[in-house]
Design a binder for this molecule. Structure first.
Ligand code: HEC
Length: 209
């Protein structure tokens, strides 16, 4: 009797355990040629259409359908409005940045400017980025020029979106919100070079050196 227990306990049980684990693992892989032991089929087999499959429901015999005309995927709506184009009508740029200007927006703008603009325009906007240094024949505009400082926010937005002359557009790389953040940050860079003591709040002026 004792020997039977010993046999069961020390030999058969571990063996059964190993066999059961092997079976379970086998169920996980697709590589074996035998039919899998399938406890739950996880909806592997079901009536469905695969991409580019055939179907006799529709006249053209295809299962894949085009979206209904005018369908716009969520978050892909691009209105032809000032927020998406920087223009209020065909000839006029928006004067004001539509985003709320706060510290978070400027931080976002700084990170995007340093990523997307500084390779050419450098981090201050003066136009001496690494690309400009390596390509003397292709010089970016100095973004600290008075001409750029006087531009409407919408014009800068539009330049970032569509490019201008030899500068490429970035509308596919930078989403609208980030483009407006860059415009706001460029304004901060402008202030950094053209600000006067009068721009500093009176209570902070004593800290100026
Ligand atoms: C690949 C290099 C490159 C990058 C990146 C780049 N620019 Fe430019 N940018 C240029 C060049 C070159 C010009 C001058 C175009 C010309 O006059 O032919 C220019 C011109 C400009 C102008 C002035 C256009 C005018 O009317 O003269 C603005 C404003 C400007 N860039 C803003 C930006 C901003 C903001 C970014 C970042 C989103 C950016 N650029 C990224 C190369 C670049």
């Amino acid at each position: 009797m004792k020997r039977l227990f010993w046999l069961l306990g020390y030999c058969l049980m571990p063996l059964a355990f190993v066999a059961a684990s092997a079976l379970m693992l086998a169920g996980c892989t697709n590589r074996q040629r035998l039919t899998q032991v399938e406890v739950w089929d996880d909806m592997k087999r079901q009536p469905k259409y695969l991409p580019q499959g055939a179907s006799d429901i529709f006249a053209d015999g295809r299962a894949s359908r085009r979206p209904v005309a005018g369908t716009i995927a969520r978050s892909h709506l691009k209105l032809e409005d000032a927020y998406h184009t920087g223009m209020v009508d065909a000839e006029t740029y928006t004067g004001r940045n539509p985003e709320k200007i706060d510290g978070d927006l400027l931080k976002l703008g700084q990170s995007r400017f340093n990523t997307y603009c500084s390779p050419c325009h450098d981090r201050t906007g003066s136009g001496k980025g690494i690309v400009a240094i390596k390509t003397p024949a292709w010089q970016p505009t100095n973004l600290q020029d008075d001409r750029i400082k006087k531009m409407a926010d919408g014009e800068i937005f539009s330049i970032i979106s569509n490019g201008r002359r030899t500068m490429p557009g970035y509308k596919y790389q930078i989403v609208e919100g980030d483009r407006w953040a860059i415009v706001a940050y460029l304004r901060a860079l402008h202030l950094a070079t053209s600000g006067t003591v009068a721009d500093v709040p009176a209570e902070l002026r004593t800290e100026l050196r």
